[in-house]
Structures are given as structure tokens and as C-alpha cells.
Design a protein around this ligand. Structure first.
Ligand code: NAP
Length: 236
């Protein structure tokens, strides 16, 4: 398949959670999670990272809604506002609900141009909204997301060779179940909270994925200040 290399890089509690009260006591990693994927000195060299709609709402668009012009029309197909950025933040948003205010995001010291992944059923009004802000979008799939097509477009149109699958759990599992993730990189923080309500590193959702198990082969283990970095190959 013509697609970038995909690694899933996540920070979790000892009980496998990716957000929640455990974060209030600090993960204790001193920026190790960021360093390995985002810094020049880290292990990975990626051109973009991919997030689910919920992760983007929580971390970047703050649950804002877009201002739409219902009379707007746009040409069919993809829209590329900027294919020269050093890094890209890619969000799945098949329903077109993310209320962006600018075409870039900042995460730590990383500055990235936003790319939205839509489907044919995403409305013209939302596409026009993205164009008005200067946000690129790729159309992948008719009614449902065609994830292999999205990845091949990221490679062909933006030259991406390596992409980080950056959560949340719903996105991660849907890509792993489709055989679209090559490697899992877990930073296991020395903290837990037992919360029954917070998302886990993987979550099946009817229509997107199932609960048939997947096996992993451990390829590397490192430890720093009680945080453990586990890397696995994902068995097909
Ligand atoms: N600790 C970490 O390293 C880390 C990293 C990232 C995120 N997080 C946290 O994770 C939490 C969110 O995780 P989550 O699992 O609840 O949600 P998520 O994966 O961020 O978003 C799920 C949504 O994304 C869309 N989506 C994902 N995969 C799709 C697919 N294959 N096809 C079509 N649509 C797809 C769907 O949106 P629609 O419902 O619009 O269809 C789905 O409901 C946040 O609290 C965030 O802060 C933690």
C-alpha cells in the first residue's frame, strides 16, 4: 500500500488511561514523551501527526463551533492551502464540526499547519469555512472515512513519509484494526487513578472498529525516572 510509515505514540497511566486525574500529579517524564517524537534530538522523524475529532476539540479548538454560510459553494475535491510547512497537524473531522480560528497550531515548541480529513458528505459550507481560514482539507471516502486513501493522499500531496498516530483511543484502535499502524510507542507514566470514565489508549466503537484482539511484539524497553518507554511491532 502506498502510505507513510505510521507509529502510534501515546502517554498512558499504569491503568492504560490517556487523560484524567492522574495527569494532575504530573506524569514525571520531564518532557520525554515530547522529546522522542517532536524534538530534533528524538527517536522519530515525522512530518505530521494525526488526531481524532475529540482530541482536537479538547486540545486545540476548545469545542468552538464553525461559523457557516449555508449558501456557500466550493469546487469538488481536495484543497491545499500550504504544502510547504515543516510539520502538519492532521485531524479527522468527517462531520465538519471543528471551529478553527487560524490555520496553524502550536504544541510545545512545534508549529504546525492544520490539515482536515473530510468525506464526500462533509458540507460545502464547512469546506468554504476552511478555505476562508486557509486550512487544507483532503476528501477521503464517500460517507465513511477511507483511512487508506487519506494516508496515501498525505504521502502523495504533502510528501509525508512518516506520520504519528496521536490519539485518542478511538482513532488509534480504528487504524490499528485496519492494519494502518506499523509500530506502537507507549510512555507508561508512574501514576494511576482508577477512573471508570476516562478514555483508554485503545477503544473500539461500533462502526469504526471491533474488539477482536491484536497481538504485539516488544522491540525495545527504556526507563527514565520511573517512566517506562515500551515500543512494539504490531502483528498482522
Ligand atoms: N495521553 C496522550 O498521549 C493523548 C494523546 C491524544 C489524545 N489524548 C486524549 O484522548 C481523549 C480523546 O480520545 P477519544 O478516544 O475519546 O477520541 P478521539 O480518538 O480523539 O476522537 C474520536 C472521534 O474521531 C473521529 N474518528 C476517529 N477515528 C475515526 C475513523 N476511523 N473514522 C471516522 N472517524 C473517526 C470520530 O469523530 P466523530 O464522532 O465526529 O465521527 C470519533 O468519534 C482526549 O481527552 C485527549 O486529550 C491523550
Amino acid at each position: 500500500m502506498n502510505r507513510p510509515y505510521v507509529f502510534c505514540h501515546m502517554e498512558t497511566s499504569l491503568d492504560g488511561k490517556i487523560t484524567g486525574p492522574f495527569m494532575n500529579i504530573g506524569t514525571g517524564d520531564d518532557g520525554w514523551f515530547y522529546e522522542e517524537a517532536f524534538s530534533k534530538h528524538g527517536h522519530y522523524r515525522m512530518q505530521g501527526w494525526l488526531s481524532g475529532r475529540k482530541t482536537t476539540e479538547e486540545n486545540f479548538t476548545d469545542h468552538r463551533k464553525p461559523r457557516l454560510d449555508p449558501t456557500a459553494s466550493v469546487p469538488a475535491g481536495d484543497y491545499i492551502a500550504d504544502d510547504t510547512a515543516d510539520k502538519y497537524y492532521i485531524s479527522i473531522d468527517t462531520h465538519g464540526v471543528l471551529g478553527w480560528e487560524r490555520p496553524t497550531i502550536d504544541y510545545g515548541e512545534t508549529h504546525a499547519a492544520v490539515i482536515e480529513i473530510l468525506t464526500e458528505r462533509t458540507g460545502a459550507a464547512y469546506k468554504a469555512f476552511l478555505r476562508s481560514i486557509g486550512i487544507s482539507y483532503l476528501v477521503a471516502g464517500e460517507k465513511e472515512l477511507d483511512a487508506p486513501l487519506a494516508l496515501s493522499k498525505l504521502k502523495d500531496l504533502f510528501g509525508m513519509e512518516t506520520i504519528m498516530l496521536g490519539g485518542g483511543g478511538i482513532l488509534n484502535w480504528s487504524f490499528i484494526k485496519q492494519g494502518l499502524c506499523d509500530e506502537l510507542s507507549l510512555m507508561l507514566a508512574p501514576a494511576a487513578d482508577g477512573s471508570p470514565d476516562t478514555p483508554a489508549v485503545f477503544q473500539a466503537v461500533p462502526g469504526l472498529s471491533d474488539t477482536q484482539p491484536v497481538s504485539f511484539t516488544l522491540t525495545s524497553v527504556e526507563e527514565r525516572k520511573s517512566t517506562v518507554w515500551l515500543r512494539y511491532r504490531i502483528n498482522s
